[in-house]
Write a protein that binds this ligand. Sequence first.
Ligand code: AKG
Length: 273
Amino acid sequence: MAPTPAAPDTTLSAAIARFRERGYHIHHRLFSEAEVAAINAAADRVIAGQYDKGAPPDGVMLRKEPVDLIKIDNTWKADTTMARTVLSPALGHIAAQLIGATSIRMWHDQLLDKPPFGGRVVTYHQDWAYWQMIAECETVTCWIALDDVLPDSGPMVFLEGSHRLGLWKTPVGITGDDAQKPSLPADFPTREVPVIIPKGSVSFHHGLLLHGSDRNFSASRRRALVSHVMSGACTYRPGQEHMNEWMMQRYPEHPKPGEKFHGPQFPVMWPAA
Ligand SMILES: O=C(O)CCC(=O)C(=O)O
């Protein structure tokens, strides 16, 4: 019998201070070539509407004509390989260390597929601005590259350090409107950091970090599987529409206002069971 592959060493040290300063952390090749191949095969099945868990994902946006951006939410409900990936303790452990949390829960996942010479501009935004039903900004986005990300394939671009400026104006959807690009205070030290990483690597960013991405101008697909996670201490605050608001109500066990998130919509990722 083949030996079980050793779990990756996900203990961080200096990276935590850099994350606080810059708002992001890049972890190279957390997933192997074989794992990425299996995830991509699973992603194609989910895009084709084949769900090995017998249930659909929570949200499906398939752009066929013209081929644009594919965005599927909560693939973990639909597919075993996707679930194993986005709920992995390795992601949870790294996220926990970055935000100083003792436990991590899934918020929601997202499969993003920008086709060759396609996709669309994702306007600069802060993830937590869309997640105001989480009362505390203790969230991390774990963005798993499923293809080598190239300078012209529409990489995410971070405005380094911008998470320290607090909550910005929420852009009006994914419009591609460059006028919505935030102009930070002139004396604020920042730079644009494109996330050019090989497949299997994971980029982690803070819920307040401003980031966006351009269209895919390359001949390759640019796929990513994103695990949006939160501290296990985060509490539910009603008032903003969100997919998770409707979905969690389907389960008898879900948080009431002011309670910590719990129930099947928000699985624990760390500590590992
Ligand atoms: O993949 C992209 O281009 C944008 C992703 C993003 O905004 C996010 O995962 O927070």
